[in-house]
Unconditional design. Sequence first.
Length: 251
Amino acid sequence: MKDLLVILGPTACGKTTFAAYLAYDMDGEIISADSRQVYRGMDIGTGKDLVDYHVKEKDIPYHLIDVADAGTRYNVYEWRKGFLDAYADIQGRGKLPILCGGTGMYIESVVKAYEFDEGKFPEFSSLIIGLDISRDARREKISRRLRARLEEGMVEEVRGLIDRGVSTERLIRYGLEYKYVTLYLLGQLQYEEMVSLLEIAIHQFAKRQMTWFRGMEERRGIKIHWLSVDTPVEERIEKVKELWQKQTALA
């Protein structure tokens, strides 16, 4: 059985930053479990924040980001193939694979080794770490981050995708930022209406993520070790290393 470290949590909880620090400390590389960060050119709206992969003058390698053209279809079947390739590559070079993201279906399909794509999927001995953030703190971070992304040029990013030929129908199906900004650019929403509806939608999305993670634990028997984001990052890293050592010793 293969070892895998997983970092999950709702949007705006700081998953990527924490995973990058873990990768720095534990000599690892990150495999992204985000269903929209796979698309090239969809940067601001998906929150790639690639600067987060730079820790203490070191660039942390990442995988399954920017692997498909915006406007194309990319699903869990393709992602799982990419995951297995990335895992083998990372492990083959003696590094620690760290799966990090908020797309619960992608993560669960790996840790439960689902066989819904017509072939036996490898089983993993997964240590799953969840980042716990209070509802109020999460809402405040989501609101602040949305305004920052708008200032960074999120509307211009979506306009550029349309100009390059990505269909508005496809952008709307990508949801959240791409849906509401596209509706604004099509003249179906006023700017402030777009911002308000998008903010509500992101809050609802974060709530659905937590519902999925609770379902993983309560209904599907997946153990998640929750760590508070209020705990200093150094303490969280030490806790993960302690749990990892216990798990690998039992393997």
